[in-house]
Design a protein around this ligand. Structure first.
Ligand code: FAD
Length: 323
């Protein structure tokens, strides 16, 4: 059954986040040959429409207003609800990002619809669209399908491959005017707290440090390795609690959930709450002095050793490969 499916293009610092392209790929499956519509919300965002076309959108809509320059749940939900009202899609896909996690339940509640959150795969099987999502902190997976109403899901970054980019694709961006009113939240300034460089939630490579790094300076070799591999630095809560790094780097049950291609855990014991945020990474490498450390149970490759010796050696070797 062909469907019209909307995808929210998530903009950060003037660029589309990768998860927007992954959402288009998921939407293509949901659309089953129907139309995928990219939606851009922001201040001056319509120029980003071309990239949505290049990743497979059939149509792009932009709601632009200076009140939408920064994300607010009120502003974005007004804009998205207005687009949903005019487009009347059968499906809606958002990224399972900080924004998606905040916005999706609000939209679902307003529409009285269901929501499949944090999906890592979607397939058309046996006449149903089946979404897969991790449960019990990633220890099991459940299959979900929606039998009626809006097919509404958020997808976890880095799990659904985007379609191949077609540089030649382009199209017009339809401007939709929405009167944004009664904002209860106004963002006056955005102060960036997280580390510069690659966004941790979307990074293909994550180098994470735990209490074993022993100090804020102990993160330096990890930053160096992350730089060489084009990755991001993350941390266990142990490292954050010890004030070695900012909480924005925390990975785990009460931190960020990451699924990079490569996760290198340095001086992290592998507590269950940490594993909840990284155990679905594609390849896990653990470096720990303790051969009995729990992290080795989920690791594909384990190095028993002192991280202050092992990490610089890895950095030197990767430098030689000129990645
Ligand atoms: P430790 O457990 O102290 O481990 C340090 C490791 O470093 C050890 O294995 C040691 O052998 C190794 N080491 C030491 N020196 C070196 C060296 N030179 N070279 C190599 N290895 C070395 N934790 C999270 O991470 N994320 C969460 O989201 C999270 N949420 C939580 C929520 C709740 C409700 C609770 C109760 C806890 C939560 N925790 C979370 C905390 C979690 O239980 C652990 O306390 C924490 O993950 C431990 O961090 P760590 O592995 O860095 O420290």
């Amino acid at each position: 059954m062909a469907r019209k499916v909307l995808v929210l293009g998530e903009v950060r610092d003037g660029s589309l986040r990768n998860v927007s392209f992954e959402a288009i790929a998921a939407a293509k499956t949901v659309a089953e040959g129907g139309e995928v519509v990219g939606v851009l919300i922001g201040d001056a965002v319509s120029a980003l429409g071309t990239e949505l076309y290049q990743y497979g959108a059939d149509k792009v809509i932009a709601v632009e207003d200076e009140k939408l320059k920064n994300y607010t749940p009120d502003g974005y939900s007004q804009a998205l609800l207005a687009v949903l009202d005019s487009e009347k899609p059968e499906g809606l896909i958002l990224g399972h990002t900080a924004m998606g996690k905040d916005l999706a339940p609000k939209i679902a509640a307003k529409l009285g619809s269901g929501l499949i959150s944090d999906a890592i795969a979607v397939e058309a099987a046996g006449g149903n669209l089946v979404f897969t999502r991790p449960i019990y902190s990633g220890k099991a997976f459940e299959k979900k399908f929606i039998t009626d109403g809006l097919i509404f899901a958020t997808i976890r970054p880095n799990n659904i491959a985007p379609l191949e980019k077609n540089e030649a694709a382009s199209g017009t961006v339809a401007a939709v005017t929405v009167e944004i009113k009664d904002l209860r939240t106004i963002v006056k300034e955005v102060v960036r707290k997280a580390s510069e460089g690659v966004d941790l939630s979307e990074a293909k490579v994550v180098i994470a440090g735990g209490r074993g790094v022993k100090s804020a300076d102990g993160f330096e070799p990890l930053k160096e390795l992350a730089k060489v591999l084009g990755g991001a630095v993350g941390a266990s809560r142990g490292a954050c609690d010890a004030d070695y790094c900012d909480y924005s780097l925390q990975i785990g049950q009460t931190g960020k959930v990451v699924t990079p291609d490569l996760y290198i855990a340095c001086g992290i014991s592998g507590a269950i709450q940490h594993l909840a945020g990284m155990s679905n990474s594609k390849v896990i490498v653990a470096i720990n002095k303790d051969p009995e450390a729990n992290i080795f149970k989920v690791a594909d490759y384990g190095i028993v050793g002192d991280l202050f010796e092992v990490v610089p050696l890895l950095t030197e070797e990767f430098k030689k490969l000129k990645i």
